[in-house]
Design a protein around this ligand. Sequence first.
Ligand code: PMM
Length: 309
Amino acid sequence: MPTVQDAAVRRSRTPAGLEGLPRPGRCLVMGVLNVTPDSFSDGGLYEDRRAAIDRGLELAAQGADIVDVGGESTRPGARPVGLGEELARTVPVVRELARAGVCVSVDTMHASVARAAVEAGASLVNDVSGGLADPAMASTVAAAGVPYVAMHWRAPSREMDRHADYRDVVAEVGAELGRRLWELTERGVDPARIVLDPGLGFAKRPEHDWTLLAGLGSLRELGCPLLVGASRKRFIGAALAAGGAGEVPPGGRDMATAAVSALAAVAGAFCVRVHDVPSTLDAVRMASAYLDHCDRDADPVRAGCGPHP
Ligand code: PMM
């Protein structure tokens, strides 16, 4: 079995290849557009196709670098939808947004949805299963030649909470992502097109999410750009509640999400995925200004900071 380092070395020899994505010179902001009835924070809001397209255009106008269109909820306990339903929810929305000049990604675990979305104009495939849910995903992404987000995943949503068991969460998530990176490249995916994601909230308890955020520097050693999806998740609500504010519902977590986005950007995240774009865009701009003034040579703690080129 190849080591994580082998995969990282292989990738670092390959020129940067995230063509098709904007390069604003800071951490990218991906706006979430869930065309679903049951996502945990925006489920049901954009089920109607016109409402979904309008929301995608609004996210882009607010400054989202990428709009991430998903047609299947991944909330804990969520039931899968049929492929036909997922295609019908996502592809027309992807097509309209791409036609309007928006950089679109498709949030799917299914190769056939990824293929159809890329044909409709998607520039990126975002797969929360990192290729584990559908064996055809790797070859599909390899053939499509678009950037691919491989998230850390252990099990389908309906059973993932049972898999939130780690002795050293950063080491284990790093090793499992390294294996994904190796297997995806073995199956033909250009390693220069792979973005890795620690999968906050997916088979993780709040303490795992915080430890992973604090350990982003170690995950960068895999040699891939990192995407962080913290937006409105339970670990944020739990931290707010710990301050005495009581249980804060998902819609009240956007300022805290922006703070976490800034932390992720300073730790070197390539992209953050969020529901509320304006607050996080301001936050990553502040992170970028801060990083411009970091003396990385003088401060070894910050030596790993900064956005990916
Ligand atoms: N989280 C959700 C959905 N898709 N994609 C990536 N790459 N990373 C994530 O953390 C992630 C994701 C769940 O959140 P939602 O239901 O609000 O979209």
